[in-house]
Design a protein around this ligand. Structure first.
Ligand SMILES: [Zn+2]
Length: 447
């Protein structure tokens, strides 16, 4: 790939916004980022505010099917929502999953996401039988991300039991299971990483994986130095069941197995004790917050500021994809804590933006999320032409971005030095709304 240059009207470099920033890349990586530079001949103009590529550190692509379809009842809990989610999971095959995931990842690209962590547990046929290639569903996700132009960290998820008490998988859950951790490792071991594909591991949670199997998955990820993610204390019921069976919190249980460490990311971490917060921060375990999903599912509000103070790197995820907007996730972290504490100012805007960029990229195993020489050339431009963005200027530019921008303000997206989105249009997939409509209609028809 030739050397390429872009000239940004404004760009986030470090924690500050600078004007006239020349961004240079050679192939996949940035070679120089210089503020206050004239635009050389041939450099592409980037009008607006350019920032590092956004990382969506926790996604279940197929949950996008449920958007707007689970919000029309007066009553309901996480558990009633889960029944509706299972009804969708029942209907997917590798072809339908590819079509849906390609459109969902394209929706993410339009929102400025350059890397996504897909927490993937829909492995096998309905009933649990294997496809001819037992990784057919994971490979469908990899092909979908490639077609959508985003980096994928495939967090292949171990899911072996139906509850902390060890009850077997039942119904649609049979699709998720590999029978034991060794068979999980054999299957995942056949997946090969690629230029824009990281193969990581996940433990669905303490509910779904017995202790010896958690140990196997934890070691598998540590031996390969790849990301390990796990759902943690999203629901109080999970904590209660863990206390009843193991006599400790899920966090303490994971700590006793050595699973908590830098390189591990706990997703949600909503209902924690003071001791849990110390364990997560003290081990430098990352925490991925998914506030639009957590509020949608009535999960609660986690102690994000205390976790960050304790030493956890924060990242953000769209999780159920009820909303795909990393700016909304970022501001919700602060705004939710304001509601709970009746105080403002828990997170600096630059720290919230860092969770959406460098924090998430680190959780997913990508050397991106910072505009700096040597880093992957992933960046995103937010247009300043909308009424929402009117008046944005330093020194308040990052606050205006985080608290005022929406996914619809993203105009341009570059991944690894290649433009994926220009002028708000996905260059290779065109009409992403049409693709989503078509994929959703096909899966509806299969139901
Ligand atoms: Zn999740």
């Amino acid at each position: 790939m030739p050397v390429r240059r872009w000239h940004a009207e404004l760009a986030v470099v470090g924690d500050d916004v600078h004007g006239d920033v020349l961004i240079e890349a050679d192939g996949e990586r940035l070679t120089a980022v210089s503020a206050g530079a004239d635009r050389p001949r041939g450099a592409e103009r980037l009008p607006g505010l350019t920032l590092p590529g956004l990382a969506n550190a926790h996604s279940h692509a197929f949950h996008r099917m449920l958007r707007g379809r689970t919000d029309d009842v007066a009553q309901g809990t996480f558990w009633t929502w889960r029944q509706k989610m299972y009804a969708v999971a029942e209907r997917l095959d590798p072809d339908g999953y590819f079509e849906l995931a390609r459109a969902v990842f394209a929706e993410m690209a339009l929102a400025g996401v350059t890397a996504v962590g897909e927490f993937h547990y829909l492995h096998h046929r309905a009933g649990g039988g294997r496809y001819d290639d037992p990784n057919a569903m994971g490979l469908a996700l990899a092909a979908a991300a490639d077609a959508a132009g985003v980096r994928l960290t495939l967090l292949d998820t171990c899911y072996l039991q139906g509850g902390v008490d060890g009850r077997p998988l039942d119904g649609v859950q049979l699709r998720f299971g590999d029978q034991d951790a060794d068979r999980w490792a054999d299957r995942v071991g056949a997946l090969r990483p690629g230029r824009r594909l990281v193969i990581g591991a996940a433990i669905h949670g303490v509910r779904a994986v017995p202790l010896p199997a958690m140990d196997v998955v934890g070691r598998w990820a540590a031996d390969r130095d790849v990301p390990l993610h796990l759902h943690l204390s999203e629901q109080r019921a999970e904590n209660a069941a863990c206390l009843a069976v193991h006599g400790c919190t899920p966090t303490a249980l994971l700590a006793s197995l050595g699973v908590l460490r830098a390189g591990t990311t706990a997703v949600h971490a909503t209902h924690l004790t003071d001791g849990d917060i110390s364990l997560l921060g003290g081990t430098r375990t990352g925490v991925c917050l998914c506030p639009t999903t957590e509020r949608n599912l009535a999960d609660g509000v986690g102690p994000a500021a205390r976790l960050a103070c304790a030493g956890s790197t924060l990242s953000l995820g769209s999780d159920s994809n009820a909303v795909i907007d990393l700016f909304e996730e970022a501001r919700a972290v602060e705004l939710d804590e304001r509601l709970v504490t009746e105080e403002r100012g828990h997170h600096r805007p630059a720290d919230l933006l860092r969770a959406a960029t460098a924090g998430g990229m680190a959780a997913l195993g990508w050397d991106a999320g910072v505009l700096g020489a040597g880093r992957l050339a992933d960046f995103v431009t937010v247009g300043l032409g909308s009424p929402r963005m009117a008046g944005l200027r330093p020194p308040w530019a990052i606050g205006h971005l985080v608290f005022g921008a929406t996914a619809a303000d993203v105009t341009d997206v570059v991944v690894g030095g290649e433009r994926v989105v220009a002028g708000g249009r996905h260059l290779s997939l065109g009409d992403v709304g049409r693709r989503l409509r078509s994929a959703i209609a096909q899966i509806d028809a299969a139901g």
